[in-house]
Ligand binder design. Structure first.
Ligand SMILES: [Mn+2]
Length: 463
């Protein structure tokens, strides 16, 4: 267990600290002022030898321990930071003061300033959490700073959370795409996600495992090495960095590992890093991160922690609503709109189901039409279907208090194709070949009839 060492300047500040409510994991020290040597505040030990490197060395701090300096005095802060930096190089320091400014405090790689008299216990814990994030950022920058080319590896078929978190890591490292590209073993499949990278002007490069040799640094974001099949490439089993929120896996080595399974999104971890490092979050990055959290947590619903809420609130203040709209509502091609017009002309809601059959369309039109379809009066279910390549593809939405969409779609495609999803959103794909085998033809009228019947049956399966 890591310890926190609190060093207070004089009895008055020590008593103030005691009022804030010291926690048990903290070791409390005070440095008496000239006339105070007898007034030891209860619970505090005096720092033997004053503000010297020897005094701090005697505390025997371990890797991961943290320090807080509680003072309003410039010379005290300077002496303490210098002595600490000498005794425990790189140890994280929180300077708590209402009077000291940045220029009162010497440069230190892992130091954070915060207020004092306005603090309550929760603030202090939050400040230490920020300090812990800063320590990780310092470590990441130390580790990767000198590398020529760092691969930021995402899961195959990268999702918005992975893309946003990878992009955030690149910004955090002060890099650009050529020296820290986003890479993946498999291309982006979902049209919504392709729309995201396009709107953001990002690029995810698909590489073969052999191509990892061109990188002298490797960071995995939103994924862990053993996800890449039973026998992942040797290069990914020993990596520099893993930052993820999925259940922790074993069987690999990472120099820096930060896995927070309680978080709904890796983007939330990255937002904490950016904040702790004081890195400006510009609109493009803010929008990517906001969309990453939103999509991984289904707008702060599923698997959301208070950390995700905080992170979401942080990026909400710096995102671009226009850019977010472009990601969530990508431009519809005109022939897609005409197909929608034809489908709407014959619209009808039967047994709460609003089914729109579009004919041949670009794939990203289909989910957008399904969203729109649910707005029809009386609709509990909306299904948008279209032909993409050699497949019949359909997106499904429901109002949320009916049978789960994913379950229904799995029942509909059983024996014909693939499909799945969540409570209120799902997607299915049936190869036209398989469809024709059963229904003889695959014209719009046949598709409409077949899907409607299959959905009515699946929705009312247990009634
Ligand atoms: Mn994720």
């Amino acid at each position: 267990m890591a310890s926190r060492f609190i060093v207070c300047d004089g009895a008055e500040l020590a008593r103030l600290w005691a009022r804030i409510g010291a926690s048990e994991a903290e070791e409390l020290f005070w440095v008496p002022r000239e006339d105070e040597s007898r007034a030891r505040p209860p619970g505090f030990r005096s720092l033997q030898g004053g503000l010297s490197a020897e005094a701090f060395t005697k505390l025997e701090a371990k890797e991961g321990d943290e320090f807080a300096l509680v003072t309003e005095d410039g010379p005290f802060a300077r002496a303490a930071v210098a002595a600490l930096a000498e005794a425990v190089p790189g140890a994280p320091i929180l300077v708590m003061s209402d009077r000291l400014e940045a220029e009162d405090i010497p440069d230190h790689p892992c130091l954070r300033r915060t207020g004092l008299r306005t603090q309550i216990r929760d603030d202090v814990d939050l400040d230490f959490a920020h300090l812990g994030n800063l320590r990780r950022v310092v470590r990441l920058r130390e580790l990767l700073g000198g590398r020529e080319k760092i691969g930021i590896l995402l899961q195959p078929d990268p999702d918005p959370d992975g893309i946003a978190a990878g992009y955030a890591l690149r910004i955090l490292l002060g890099r650009k795409a050529p020296t820290a590209p986003l890479i993946s073993f498999g291309d982006i499949q979902r049209p919504e996600n392709a729309a995201m990278v396009q709107a953001l002007g990002l690029d995810v490069r698909v590489i073969a495992p052999e191509e990892l040799d061109e990188f002298d640094g490797l960071a995995l974001v939103d994924v862990q090495p053993t996800v890449f099949g039973d026998q992942p490439p040797a290069r990914v089993l020993s990596v520099d960095v893993v930052i993820d929120h999925h259940p922790e896996r074993t069987g690999y080595d990472a120099v820096v590992k930060d896995i927070r399974t309680g978080y709904g999104a890796t983007a939330s971890i990255m937002i904490e890093y950016l904040q702790a490092a004081g890195t400006e979050i510009r609109a493009k990055l803010g929008t990517a991160l906001l969309y990453g959290i939103k999509s991984d947590t289904q707008l702060l619903g599923r698997d959301t922690s208070s950390a995700d809420m905080q992170a979401f609130a942080t990026v909400h203040t710096c995102h671009s609503p226009a850019l977010l709209r472009r990601i969530e509502r990508p431009a519809l091609p005109h022939d897609g709109l005409r197909a929608l017009g034809r489908a709407l002309a014959a619209t009808s809601v039967e047994e709460g189901i609003h089914l729109l059959v579009l004919g041949r369309v670009r794939e990203d039109v289909i989910p957008q039409v399904a969203d729109l379809g649910l707005q029809a009066e009386g609709a509990e279910w909306a299904i948008a279907a279209g032909v993409v390549g050699g497949d019949l593809v359909f997106s499904v939405r429901n109002v949320g208090y009916v049978r789960a969409a994913g379950e229904v779609v799995r029942a509909v495609v059983e024996g014909l194709g693939v499909g799945g999803g969540h409570r209120s959103m799902a997607k299915g794909i049936i190869p036209l070949k398989a469809f024709r085998k059963v229904y003889k033809r695959a014209d719009r009228a046949t598709i409409r009839k077949a899907l409607l019947r299959a959905f009515v049956k699946a929705i009312h399966a247990d009634d």
